[in-house]
Ligand binder design. Sequence first.
Ligand code: HEC
Length: 122
Amino acid sequence: MPVTKRLGSTLACAMLGLAAGCSDGGSSASNPLEIASRDLVPADGQLAGVYNRSCRNCHTIAATGAPLTGDTNVWEARLAKGMDTLVDSVVNGYGGMPPFGMCMDCDAQQFEDLIAFMAEGR
Ligand code: HEC
């Protein structure tokens, strides 16, 4: 699937031609995992609301350095730390992530659900 997506975007670039430009970086995502991450939303409506106004702002943008939603390989290494450690990372802030991941009113259970969703992409 990622291969088809990559081919598709390469084709689109070729067709759009020089005017639009197809360089990496900037806001135009060329990373298939990044493009895929933008379509993923938690099935639970309330969790989706929280996700959309907080985690999504970074975890669908590779340039932030955040592990992308649905990038299961990258998340595997994070999950290996254990869920409690990951929840602590969110609560306390971690690297480029501010404390509470920008969700000040989230509780630990919500963080856990959000992490599980991002790690699996569903
Ligand atoms: C302002 C950007 C930003 C927001 C908003 C954000 N994150 Fe992050 N997150 C990051 C970055 C950047 C990293 C990678 C930090 C690193 O590895 O140095 C990260 C890493 C993580 C990690 C891995 C921590 C670890 O110990 O490896 C988890 C879990 C996580 N985020 C969960 C969340 C959740 C849940 C939300 C929403 C409530 C959220 N993030 C919102 C930027 C953000």
